[in-house]
Design a protein around this ligand. Structure first.
Ligand code: TIH
Ligand code: FE2
Length: 293
């Protein structure tokens, strides 16, 4: 992202991004990022974005495609939370509205982010039940999957999940853990466990692997494929050190046996991890030959 002297913002997209060659999309991305950059936390409400018909259309398409797939593949804890949050399916909601719905349920609020937020800042905010969210939409040529988080991922994936008090508590615990960690290695390990749980976690329910991870639940492409991936048992040393590509469907996933199992293993880990415990897990991964390259 480049901020020009005239206040305009230029967004740089990866070579593989479907909107890379679309000048109108790039202009719009700059405009929305600019609104977030100009926003000052605390002094003003999160900026309202006036979404175009084309953007509302993407939201409607993804909401409609996901509805039956959630019924089929999402864990019941997520489904119940989604029903309570009752987000609109016919237009893109404003982040302020997402927060207004979440606060009475679990106390989370949404703030706007121009793009990727530095890891430490993102996690520190999770510790106080504040979610940094992008406001732009994925490119309409590929609504089924986007290689970077957009408002569909942040809201349909995360906000629905955060409407569950139990997922909300695990997410906050990861945020609070970040405040205890001094080393970058420990922070990376926690973020990687988060990736394989809150972002891409699956959980057994009635003998089937169901999705509760926000990254699976916001992609109607990936949600139809995760059942065919390699599904391993929860394993903190493995989750915390396995390499992954954020721009592709995840070929390896980790399944909890139940929500209580997830809380006991991942929730307890976030609640107690410090630099020493993180180093010990990395050493364990090394002994077991897990750490790649
Ligand atoms: N791939 C997700 C989607 O299409 O909704 C978005 C992302 C989640 C995590 C990284 S990118
Ligand atoms: Fe996410």
């Amino acid at each position: 992202m480049t901020e020009h002297a005239d206040g305009s913002v230029e967004v740089h997209l990866a070579d593989t991004h479907p909107g890379r060659e679309d000048p109108e999309y790039l202009r719009r991305r700059g405009e929305i990022a600019g609104a977030a950059l100009a926003w000052e936390r605390g002094s003003q409400p999160v900026p309202t974005i006036t979404y175009s018909e084309r953007e509302h259309e993407v939201w409607c398409t993804v909401s409609a495609e996901l509805a039956p797939l959630h019924e089929r593949y999402a864990h019941s804890e997520y489904l119940a939370a989604k029903e309570r949050l009752a987000l609109p399916t016919d237009h893109v909601p404003q982040l302020a509205e997402v927060g207004e719905r979440l606060v009475p349920l679990t106390g989370w609020t949404y703030v706007c982010a121009p793009g990727l937020v530095p890891l430490r800042d993102f996690y520190a905010d999770l510790g106080s039940r504040t979610f940094n969210s992008t406001q732009y939409l994925r490119h309409d040529s590929q609504p089924l999957y986007t290689p970077e988080p957009d408002i569909i991922h942040e809201v349909i994936g995360h906000a629905n999940q955060l409407a569950s008090p139990r997922f909300a508590a695990i997410t906050q615990a990861a945020g609070r853990a970040s405040l205890r960690l001094e080393t970058q290695e420990a922070m990376k390990l926690v973020a990687d466990v988060f990736w394989f749980s809150i972002e891409f976690g699956v959980m057994r329910e009635h003998g089937e692997a169901k999705a509760y991870g926000a990254g699976i639940l916001s992609s109607y492409g990936e949600i139809q494929e995760f059942g065919h991936m390699e599904i391993r048992e929860l394993d903190l040393a493995d989750m915390g050190t396995l390499n992954y590509d954020i721009t592709a469907y995840q070929p390896v996933l980790f399944a909890a046996e139940s929500l209580t199992h997830l809380e006991d293993v991942v929730g307890e880990f976030f609640a107690s991890v410090d630099d020493d415990a993180a180093a010990a897990l990395r050493a364990e991964a090394g002994r077991r030959g897990l750490v790649p390259g």
